[in-house]
Write a protein that binds this ligand. Structure first.
Ligand SMILES: Cc1ncc(COP(=O)(O)O)c(C=O)c1O
Length: 429
């Protein structure tokens, strides 16, 4: 895709860019990187808002709650104590210790401080891992629907993303036979990314799920398993969080990624981490040392307070998200069978299967033909921002985020139902 002139409208995989009216040559690598779909929807919503439209935003992947007060206070304390210099590249030792303890509590992995690296969010931890665990041309496998950044991050680093399909009828869980086929057909598979609770589907894998997948993994001892656990504290009964770490056959090859972002409403603070064998941590540290020099020192002090301080804030936010998800699921009930929400077991997202509605619209030659079209239609017609499923690997669905207060959510859901009902009428007529 390189070498095609950049028009200034869409990066679209081109290796040239226009800055200030000049054509500049950019790397081919950057051409492989698209804008994050969630951030794009948020940007579109902002543009419409600046034009005076009352947009209700259900597109964003971050808690609407403020960071809890005791965590904020830790920042001021750290500031007055002079934590304004470069931190140790791999993170402050006491924070790494707290993360090691947290990891043991959550996953059962007995973790040493040397096996922890603090990074600028889980995003950076993931990109370090893709950089150090695989070579250009190697393959990275993950189930669809998937978090938007896995594929783009892999491609930007010259790796080949391989999507393992899941089906709505199977609760969007990766089936062992699909994993088996994927690994057999892709001899250059180096990394498998697992994400439970899953963004966007809200699916939480059980012990049985991990056991079944482990029976396949036992035949691939060289494969790295990267477990993205950023929603580990957002799970609704009767489901419970279980890390695949306990079940993967070669646990030395299982790397855990997590962060403070979703659990403590700390998305802007940019503190995440990875837990891996010491040799992997050491090379990630080398990479981090040459790129960002580590996560912000003040944020790290606040993260220490988050992990070691009172945890009721986590429970309060989890309960609120659970209530909101129920509201969203119930509101969409009237649109069945055209539009069906997937019962969420975790996260604060609701994944909606619109395949029946979209299928009927496509048959009629309607302009709304995919989840992304649907998202644009909903934004324009009822001023609600959601994210089309295309970017998550399933164009027949869309995702809405319940990270808004209940009152706003109710209004937004009424509007969504109104907008979608109009489409149902069109195909039902
Ligand atoms: C599944 C998943 N992993 C990782 C991240 C990145 O989290 P962080 O803010 O810690 O970089 C997100 C953020 O939306 C996510 O949904």
């Amino acid at each position: 895709m390189c070498g095609v002139p950049y028009t200034g409208k869409d990066c679209g995989g081109f290796g040239y860019g226009g800055i200030g009216g000049f054509m500049v040559r950019l790397s081919g690598r950057i051409g492989r990187l698209r804008e994050s779909a969630t951030l794009r929807m948020a940007r579109l919503a902002r543009v419409l808002r600046s034009e005076g439209k009352q947009i209700l935003d259900l597109s964003l992947g971050e808690p609407d709650f403020p960071t809890p007060a005791h965590i904020q206070e830790a920042l001021w304390g750290a500031l007055s104590e002079g934590y304004t210099h470069y931190p140790p590249v791999s993170g402050f030792a006491d924070l790494r210790e707290a993360i090691a303890e947290y990891t043991f509590r959550q996953t059962g992995r007995a973790t040493r401080v040397e096996e922890v690296l603090v990074s600028a969010g889980a995003k950076q931890a993931l990109s370090h891992l893709l950089f150090v665990l695989a070579d250009e041309g190697d393959e990275v496998l993950f189930p669809a629907p998937y978090w938007v950044s896995y594929a783009d991050m892999a491609e930007a680093l010259g790796l080949r993303p391989v999507v393992l399909p899941t089906r709505v009828e199977e609760g969007y869980r990766l089936r062992p036979e699909v994993l088996e086929r994927g690994l057999a057909e892709h001899p250059r598979a180096r990394i498998l990314i697992l994400n439970s609770p899953c963004n966007p589907t809200g699916v939480v894998y059980s012990e049985e799920d991990w056991r079944a997948l482990s029976e396949v993994l036992v035949r691939y001892p060289e494969l790295w398993v990267v477990s993205d656990e950023v929603y580990d504290r957002l799970v609704y009964a009767p489901h419970r969080f279980v890390s695949p770490y306990r079940y993967v056959p070669n646990s030395e090859r299982c790397v855990i990624v997590n962060s403070c972002s979703k659990t403590y409403a700390m998305t802007g603070w940019r503190v995440g981490w990875l837990v891996a064998p010491e040799e992997v941590v050491r090379v990630c540290e080398r990479l981090q040392g040459q790129t960002t020099a580590g996560a912000c020192s003040l944020s790290q002090r606040a993260a220490l307070r988050a992990l070691t301080g009172p945890q009721d804030c986590v429970e309060e936010m989890r309960e609120a998200f659970g209530r909101r998800l129920r509201i969203a699921v119930e509101s969409l009930g009237v649109l069945s069978p055209w539009v069906k929400p997937v019962e969420p077991s975790g996260t604060f997202y609701l994944w909606v299967d619109a395949s029946r509605l979209l299928g009927a619209l496509v048959e009629r030659g309607h302009r709304v033909r995919s989840g992304e079209d649907l998202a644009v239609y909903l934004l324009e017609s009822v001023q609600v921002a959601v994210v089309g499923g295309d970017a998550f690997g399933d164009p027949m669905c869309f995702r809405l985020s319940c990270a808004v207060d209940e009152e706003t959510l109710r209004v937004a859901m009424n509007r969504l139902v109104e907008g979608l009902s109009r489409l149902v009428e069109e195909v039902g007529a």
